[in-house]
Ligand binder design. Sequence first.
Ligand code: MIC
Ligand code: SF4
Length: 643
Amino acid sequence: MGMTIAQKIIQSHLISGEMKAGSEIALRIDQTLTQDATGTMAYLALENIGIPRVKTEISLAYIDHNTLQCGFENADDHRYIQSVARKYGVHFSRPGNGICHQVHLERFGKPGKTLIGSDSHTPTAGGIGMLAMGAGGMDVAVAMGGGAYYISMPKMYKVNLTGKLQPWVTAKDVSLEILRILSVKGGVGAIIEWGGEGIKTLSVPERATITNMGAELGATTSIFPADEVTREFLKLQGREDDFIALASDPDAAYDKIIDIDLSALAPMVACPHSPDNVVAAAEKNQIPVSQVCIGSCTNSSLRDMLRVAAILKGKTIADTVSLSISPGSRQVLSMLSECGALADMIAAGARILECACGPCIGMGFSPASAGVSVRTFNRNFEGRSGTRDAQVYLASPEVAAASALTGFITDPRTLGDYPDVKMPDHFLINDSGVLAPAAPDEAVSLQVERGPNIKPFPKGEALPDQMALPVSLKVGDNITTDHVMPAGAKVLPYRSNIPKMAEFCFGVCDESFPARAMELGRSCVVGGANYGQGSSREHAALAPLHLGVRMVVSKSFARIHAANLINAGILPVTFENPDDYDQLPQGAVLEMENIHQSVKNGRIAAKIQNTDQIIYLSCQLTDRQLGILLAGGLLNYTREAGV
Ligand code: MIC
Ligand code: SF4
């Protein structure tokens, strides 16, 4: 039987396990990346493991999220990351050099290699045929130390593209279409391979938009073949030597095949507050817009920016709109400036932001109260923009630019002819924004710089054999890690200070949760389906841990978050009978005995205190995962067992 692209890369990196969907496999990791908002924890974990030097082919520490420096905290965190990177053998991408995924695609990603990153949009690099996955910071630390990355062997899905995108219809619309078809849960446990004749018409940045938003489907990752389009992209980046051709075998088998005719797609938007809430842009043309934000790791390539500049050229944005544009990398910004496109954007009224995540993570540019913001980003979760009642619509750069001009959500086809954009023959290459680490002999004597915001890594507690856990919070379906641990300019500076950060835990759902959980001592949280979707932030496990949460019971979990809970020493379990969700109110107490043996057996009987009712909780853990829980988290486990 032939193999899919992902199966080929998995096979060549398999350390242990069986390539059977659902079985745990251990993979050798060639490259890692971190960003600053998750990086501090990842490097604190690396220091804890006690490895003197990273063992990957290349590891990078990007600074792109916490770039507002309203106090000392973010600047201190950056200094810590710079010094720890230099000492441990990690390349450091300075603030201003660009968004991790965009820079990684341009300068470091290689087809056929494995990459894990402490950011859920790491699959962006699947656009050039890498097996690239988002992971928690502790998992990235272990991989930097030469340890394996463990996942359950995913199912294989294929999306076959036929036809060709019509003028004004873009790769973003392809992403929105697949979200419309599959929903934010539809990719859980699967790798999505993109193929068919239609992919030949898509450039690497367009492919990367699609693999980027595979994260919103909950997919383990998404991947394109490495073909002549990939070779051309790497050549323009002066990296043709990094190219290898990669394709699936003609007789490869897939668990699901979806066909999309590119020619039939129209410009679309994802309505508040979920990326799968997708309708045609034309349907929303009565909605006035007060803000438009263009950029993020989904849509900040030179191609996207040149299109936007061409649409804005010679025009002025509507009086009612504030428009931000954040180019994805210094390469993109320099080239925009060189060809005059930047001047066209500025002349039209755009506010140019630095090459960073910016508004996407709520670092500035929060909309006005109840404001409608059209964003080319990948997530529109409630409150993520920094304004709780903002109405955020996700769209392509084309829809965004058109909406900025008209002041209403706009199907850009109403603007007339699609402007012709010519891509340059040469790319500006200047890697001076990436600092190489110190040589090993110099590194030994280097001191890591730690400001007062860098607090020690929280300590996990070994899983007790007996617990009576009150339900400190009950939430519904599709709870994101943005709900659990909000981001934004106010909270992000505390990413390396878990006690402080925990004060904001679940703030979007219930502001009284942190105080209540602290008062209860140990407790558990109850959630619905797809609990923990979205961001890879392990803070969504570490902050609850700090507040005494020892178990999360849900109908189902998102992949990265389930791993992060285990890594933090919190037990993730699901309802054996999903209807029991309704039997378990906030405040109920679950009494459990013989927990260790029950976890091994995959089933815990939990008695609801002061009733005769017993509910069954299911936990499908591997021996390794049980070992992590019994050790009180991945760091303790790794120190005891080695990487
Ligand atoms: C996001 O898009 O939510 C983030 C911010 O990039 C996160 C990481 C984080 O919370 O630091 C992600 O996607 O993993
Ligand atoms: Fe940054 Fe937004 Fe991309 Fe996350 S999704 S990496 S915050 S640009």
